[in-house]
Design a protein around this ligand. Structure first.
Ligand SMILES: [Fe+2]
Ligand SMILES: [Fe+2]
Length: 171
């Protein structure tokens, strides 16, 4: 669906388009998280990424349920935003020399991902409500709750420990 092909003619179409965007994003996140788990040194951060990988696999399944409710085939649509966030994370990670600093960089990258998901789910839940599709909204609220909890957990890890350890690594 190209930007100028004008295939989006109703709010239902826009809803499904955005659903495909987050479906693509969640699938890319499921692919990216194992690399982040590998790169993380802090055990709590590693476990946190691992836990969120399992949650993200659940998010994909939940979205498939929403597609089913919308009587639409589950498929993604290219999302240059999430591709860019993940690409930038990999680039920065590749340039950080110190392991503790790398943990701080991984948290920053992961929070950019969570915030992207939060903005998409926020919009989709609101649209679902307006379209009289609270059934879809309720499913996506579960995903949103996981993203918010993950974001908060990452902030807490960064502020309580990981940023301080990264600071100490300063030459
Ligand atoms: Fe997610
Ligand atoms: Fe997430």
């Amino acid at each position: 669906m190209g930007l100028f092909s004008r295939d989006i003619k109703s709010m239902d179409d826009l809803f499904v388009h955005t659903l495909r965007d987050i479906y693509y994003a969640e699938n890319q996140i499921v692919k990216a998280l194992p690399k982040m788990i590998d790169k993380a040194s802090d055990p709590e951060l590693k476990n946190g990424f691992d836990k969120h990988l399992k949650e993200s696999e659940g998010h994909v399944r939940n979205l498939e349920e929403v597609f089913q409710l919308m009587k639409t085939e589950p498929r993604g649509v290219d999302c240059p935003a999430i591709d860019g966030i993940i690409e930038e994370a990999e680039e920065v990670a590749g340039e950080v020399d110190d392991k503790k600093m790398l943990d701080a960089a991984l948290i920053a990258a992961a929070q950019a991902v969570e915030h992207y998901e939060i903005t998409r789910y926020g919009t989709l839940i609101t649209w679902a409500k307006e379209l009289g599709r609270n059934d879809c909204g309720e499913i996506m609220k579960r995903n949103l709750a996981d993203e918010k909890a993950t974001d908060e957990k990452l902030t807490q890890m960064a502020e309580s420990r990981i940023n301080l350890a990264a600071e100490e690594a300063r030459p």
